[in-house]
Design a protein around this ligand. Structure first.
Ligand code: ADP
Ligand code: MG
Length: 287
């Protein structure tokens, strides 16, 4: 299958900080590509390149097989690459309708002037949110009155409505409770079913495993590689996320302690086991 977007051998430096090194990813239509990695791994930097916020320091970005140089998020959006950034780009005091259309409001003629067609806008907003299962009491209520999950839903519905080919979601579930996260995961699957290529960033392996077709794991600016679901297991993904090296270092340390004082080592092992267990249950969310 042909990819929609592809990034090959990309590097991004901020002054002396090498945020990304030698990263290659491709996004296909109708797939959920999960981007995993610990805080500071470079996930946001990578999607900022894909969404036109940053230019890669090195590397080639291709859209439908042709090299492109994006100069702004607007340009990416016009090509059908819609991004919901980690700090949701919404205006909390503005209405849901206004947020849905942000910068693309339908207009109507009143005498000699064009004005915002609020009736049409409200109707479309209600219809589109209805399609993904959200019944609005009033599309003119402030977006700030919605829950975190509902705001993600508005952002996803907006991307689908405006014909996104690629939908990039930066940690859409990390600030949510279990039920709300499940609802957002459902929207992700709906977007994929509509043929959209979804990039889903998370550090929750369980959320990723539930909806992902493809997984790329970043670690301190480099990639552990990209894997299809069939060639991956959830346990392996958890291991990668925990950082194989760190666990090995820890094992050596534990071993040393055990040789000196077996009772100390026992306590420490117990603590580590608890920590890993908490991570496995998906309650170890950080931001
Ligand atoms: N605009 C920037 N200027 C300088 N350093 C940055 C900038 N953006 C990100 N970084 C650095 O790049 C690294 C990766 O950050 P980021 O992509 O936000 O990681 P993640 O989203 O995986 O937590 C971090 O070390 C971060 O401090
Ligand atoms: Mg981030």
């Amino acid at each position: 299958m042909a990819s929609i977007i592809e990034l090959n051998d990309a590097t991004k430096s901020f002054g002396r900080v090498n945020a990304l090194r030698g990263i290659s990813v491709r996004i296909d239509a109708g797939e959920v590509h999960c981007l995993l990695g610990d805080n500071g791994a470079g996930k946001s930097t990578l999607i900022k390149i894909l969404s036109g916020v940053h230019k890669p320091t090195q590397g080639v970005y291709t859209f439908e097989g042709k090299p492109v140089e994006l100069t702004s998020p607007r340009e990416a959006l016009d090509m059908g690459i819609a991004t919901v950034f980690q700090d949701l780009a919404m205006l909390p005091l503005m209405s849901i309708t206004r947020n849905f259309f942000l910068g693309r409001e339908p207009r109507k003629r009143v005498g000699p002037v064009q004005v915002f067609d609020s009736g049409t806008a409200s109707r479309i907003t209600s219809e589109e949110l209805n399609k993904i299962g959200i019944k609005l009491r009033d599309p003119d209520q402030a977006v700030g009155t919605l829950s975190g999950g509902e705001r993600q839903a508005v952002a996803i519905a907006r991307a689908v409505y405006f014909g996104a080919r690629v939908l990039i979601l930066d940690e859409p579930t990390s600030a949510l409770g279990v039920k709300e996260a499940a609802v957002v995961l459902k929207y992700i699957v709906q977007a994929k079913t509509n043929g959209i290529g979804v990039i889903f960033i998370t550090h929750n392996v369980h959320h990723a495993w539930a909806v992902g077709d493809t997984f790329t794991v970043l670690n301190r600016g480099t990639s552990y590689g990209t894997f299809k679901k069939a060639e991956m297991t959830r346990e392996r993904l958890l291991q990668m996320m925990a950082g194989g090296e760190e666990l090995e270092e820890l094992a050596v340390e534990l071993d040393l302690i055990a040789k000196r004082d077996p009772s100390e080592a026992g306590k420490l092992e117990h603590k580590v086991a608890e920590e890993l267990d908490r991570e496995a249950r998906g309650t170890g969310d950080k931001h």
